[in-house]
Design a protein around this ligand. Structure first.
Ligand SMILES: Nc1ncnc2c1ncn2[C@@H]1O[C@H](COP(=O)(O)OP(=O)(O)OP(=O)(O)O)[C@@H](O)[C@H]1O
Length: 456
């Protein structure tokens, strides 16, 4: 069976070239040879090789190996994933080590046996395939990131509060500073974190978000730091945690104020040492992450009350960005309304829709305890239910979902009662979704799922 891969042999010993070509022919799809290394660059212009077998010494009498090192570097300049195996004079181990430091994958000493040279070259070919696979995956990751980033459109707004926010965002994005983003639920903290990532040097790497508010204490460590096979009953294989997944990119720690104090210590150690130890493992793994964190809690107050570690707070809040509530940025309501109107009109095939002045007025007068998240749901609901393309005040369905309670007080229906309890919890906590979720005994993402499901 014919071999795979292309091999280029560069050596000034013509007999050796001939012998090697004959012996290796069945194992490679193509073998070319060059006896004068000066022809190497022009050869690389015409063809691409998987593996190179390169002599270290070309000129009779000069055995410094420098010429081999020179050509090694030219090949790597041309293709950084090239797999170059060097032929060294017997006893030239020091030189071979130097060459491997410069990027050669292996070396064989002259007067080799045939099995040794074949196995070295076939291993180099395997390595080449792995390198190309990694290159392909990195490229794919870049494309996927690019696609995700393209889809995350948002409204910057022109209100004074948001202009201040973006002034800070633009100053700190390109730095490696950790940023703490504060603001009520639904004000767009994650949107701002993504924007910071996109404007940073890490933009081609991943943005990994973790909702610490919805992580149970049991899962906290394994989710963040990963786990080794056998660490607990269900750990059937090694699993990477969010820190390691985000390495090279940005890690967004959402709802940081909900982390119990004893777990804060573990978080601090990981951030401080830039190392994590997976659950069930004993060796630390280096991680290179930029930390962005968000909360709707007042961490300074929590620190004063002994509920949040001060040292962790100072690690996180090198820069703090405070997002205004929607009721503090009423000026942005027309732009936001237009943005979501177009978005949902497209999504539900409603054609070109517009909002009449009365509708904008109604949207501007409401207090928006759930901020932009609530605003977005109201526009979505209004687009779905309206019979007209020109939406007026009566088509804007603010507060319609909260009519339920009176009707079903005496009902034993489980769904109705679940809706009622959710409504009550949201009202009781003044729209604070984390607190409402806590009172209901569910996590925040489940609460959001239910709000969407019941159209509340
Ligand atoms: N400026 C904006 N433009 C468009 N959409 C936005 C904007 N800000 C927020 N949103 C939308 O509002 C919703 C809530 O935003 P986001 O999750 O970023 O808020 P948050 O403050 O992190 O919320 P929470 O505190 O509940 O985690 C999301 O669907 C988001 O896409």
């Amino acid at each position: 069976m014919a071999g795979k891969g292309k091999l280029l042999i560069i050596d000034d010993n013509v007999e050796l070239l001939f012998a090697l070509q004959l012996f290796l022919k069945p194992h490679f799809a193509k073998i070319d040879t060059i006896k004068n290394p000066n022809q190497l660059l022009s050869q690389l212009e015409v063809d691409e090789y998987d593996v190179y077998l390169l002599d270290m010494n070309f000129k009779a009498g000069i055995n410094s190996g420098n010429e081999g090192l020179y050509w090694l570097n030219r090949i790597l300049d041309f293709d950084s994933n090239a797999c170059v195996v060097l032929i060294t004079a017997y006893g030239d181990v020091e030189l071979a080590v130097k060459a491997m430091k410069e990027g050669a994958v292996d070396f064989i000493q002259k007067s080799w046996d045939e099995n040794k040279i074949l196995s070295t070259l076939l291993s180099a070919y395997k390595l080449r395939n792995s390198k190309l696979e990694i290159k392909g995956l990195k490229e794919k990751q870049k494309q996927i990131n690019h696609q995700i980033n393209k889809n995350t459109q948002f409204v910057r707004g022109n209100s004074k509060g948001m202009l201040d926010v973006f002034r800070t965002v633009e100053k700190v994005a390109a730095t490696e500073a950790n940023v703490l983003i504060t603001g009520e639920n639904g004000t767009g903290k994650e949107v701002i974190a993504r924007e910071l990532h996109l404007l940073s040097h890490r933009k081609d790497q991943v943005f990994v978000s973790v909702d610490l508010g919805s992580l149970s204490e049991n899962l906290f460590e394994s989710e963040l730091f990963g786990s080794k096979k056998g660490a607990f009953t269900d750990a059937k294989e090694d699993r990477m945690g969010r820190f390691e997944l985000a390495s090279g990119g940005t890690l967004f720690l959402d709802e940081i104020g909900n982390v119990p104090i004893h777990l804060q210590t573990k978080l601090l150690t990981a951030i401080q040492n830039k190392q994590i130890v997976p659950v069930g493992g004993n060796s630390p793994v280096e991680v290179d992450v930029r930390i962005l964190a968000a909360t709707n809690c007042n961490l300074l107050e929590m620190a004063a009350d002994g509920l949040f570690r001060e040292d962790l707070l100072y690690r996180l809040n090198t820069i703090t960005i405070e997002l205004p509530t929607l009721r503090e940025r009423i000026d942005d309501i027309p732009e936001l309304a237009d943005f979501f109107l177009q978005k949902y009109a497209d999504q539900y095939n409603k054609g070109e829709c517009t909002l009449e002045k009365s509708a904008i007025k109604k949207l501007s007068q409401y207090s928006w305890p759930g901020n932009i998240r609530e605003f977005q749901h109201i526009i979505e609901k209004s687009v779905i239910l309206s019979d007209t393309k020109k939406l007026s005040a009566s088509d804007v369905l603010i507060g319609e979902g909260f009519q339920l309670s009176k009707k079903i007080l005496d009902s034993f229906n489980l769904t109705d009662n679940e809706k009622l309890l959710i409504e009550k919890a949201i009202k009781h906590t003044g729209g604070n979704m984390s607190l409402a979720a806590k009172e209901l005994g569910i996590n925040r993402s489940t609460l959001y799922d239910k709000i969407k499901k019941y159209d509340l």
